[in-house]
Write a protein that binds this ligand. Structure first.
Ligand SMILES: Cc1cc2nc3c(=O)[nH]c(=O)nc-3n(C[C@H](O)[C@H](O)[C@H](O)COP(=O)(O)OP(=O)(O)OC[C@H]3O[C@@H](n4cnc5c(N)ncnc54)[C@H](O)[C@@H]3O)c2cc1C
Length: 327
């Protein structure tokens, strides 16, 4: 089996991983390997065809796709080794990584590893919504990959469930694809994200219904309607042909869990110390894996700070002892 070495390996080439890798090179770390299971770097924003991305990083309003192209170009220019179509399948106790690649299984030994594998939305199955299992019931991630990567339009008049930041990303993606959401549904009394954000759907004719919960999805093969519980307790039916579940993010921490690292049972993120280190201090956690959900710009900024901590660790400037923190 092919076996290689590097100083720092970063798992996941989203905005967080790209930022850490680029900054580490700027800090003088020789060999930085960025490992990405997809055939293109960029993470989630790769399939966000809409804006706004990049204001912090490039002082411009960019689409997600253009944003990730620029971050990737910066990393390549800085000399980061980006290994695409490379899935990390196992973490060893001292930075030994098992990789699955197009050339077969490989090993990579790194002095330090940063896990930057992002977060995912809770799918319908985990949300206990009753009704049959018709087509066109999806998460925002699935919606965006259909629209932007496969040029498909899964439905025309969906209902969006949730009002976190990503619900508005789903709304913009729908509009981009010529779909008109018939409503946004929020179980709480107010919109979960920036309240003024609700003006946009409302101005474009999509009501944002707070204090309203999804009771059931109607339709056998195709979605026909959703049954909602309104603030008065009454049940109401809204005709639609799709349901998009947004938000309720959990950290993508399968690797850390398998390796026996301490995990937060609520967020499913690895527990970290004040330096962002996992309970095995050869490993750091960053980006949306740690405290989901942040914007791409926040993950990018966190990545730059994380790079300094990883460099300090390489230089032997961090304490040897791990103590969990809530920071
Ligand atoms: C559906 C959705 C819509 C969003 N819309 C917006 C928006 O409009 N504006 C905004 O600012 N933010 C948005 N966000 C948030 C933003 O995308 C994230 O904050 C940002 O992408 C997080 O960066 P990250 O590097 O932590 O993770 P990610 O971007 O999720 O990247 C993680 C990477 O790790 C890779 N990976 C995972 N496991 C492995 C493994 N075992 N081996 C190798 N590679 C692996 C994945 O393939 C992925 O490329 C959205 C998020 C989601 C989920």
């Amino acid at each position: 089996m092919k076996s290689t070495q590097c100083q720092v390996a970063i798992i996941g080439a989203g905005p967080g991983g790209l930022s850490i890798a680029t900054e580490l090179k700027k800090l003088g770390v020789d060999h930085v390997a960025l490992l990405e299971r997809e055939s293109t770097a960029g993470g989630i924003p790769r399939h966000c065809g809409h804006s706004p991305f990049g204001m912090r990083e490039f002082r411009r309003v960019l689409s997600g796709a253009e944003y990730t192209r620029r971050l990737t170009a910066q990393a390549e220019k800085a000399g980061v080794e980006i290994r695409l179509a490379t899935t990390v399948t196992e973490l060893g106790q001292c930075g030994e990584l098992s990789l699955s690649t197009n050339e077969g299984r490989q090993q990579l030994k790194a002095e330090r590893v940063v896990i930057c594998s992002g977060a995912r939305e809770k799918p319908r199955a985990a949300r206990l919504v009753s009704g049959a299992r018709p087509q066109a019931v999806m998460t925002t991630g699935a919606l965006q990959s259909m629209i932007y990567l496969k040029q498909q339009r899964p439905c025309k008049r969906p209902v969006i469930i949730g009002s976190e930041m990503v619900a508005f990303s789903a709304f913009l993606s729908c509009r981009h694809a010529g779909m008109k959401p018939v409503a946004m549904i929020e179980a709480g009394p107010v919109v979960s994200w920036w309240r003024l954000a609700a003006l946009l759907p409302r101005l474009l004719g999509t009501p944002v219904l707070t204090n309203t919960s999804l009771e059931a999805i109607e339709g056998k093969d195709k979605v026909r309607a959703v049954m909602l519980k309104r603030p008065s307790g009454e049940l109401a039916t809204i005709d639609c042909d799709g349901v998009i579940f947004t938000g309720q993010f959990i950290g993508e921490s399968t690797l850390a869990t398998m390796a026996g690292f301490a995990i937060d049972t609520v967020t499913n993120s690895p527990l970290v110390d004040a330096y962002g280190r996992c309970s095995n201090i050869n490993y750091f956690a960053s980006g949306n894996l740690r405290y989901p959900l942040k914007t791409a710009g926040q993950c990018w900024r966190e990545g730059r700070d994380m790079a300094s901590l990883v460099k300090a660790s390489l230089d032997g400037k961090l304490p040897d002892r791990w103590a969990q923190t809530n920071a």
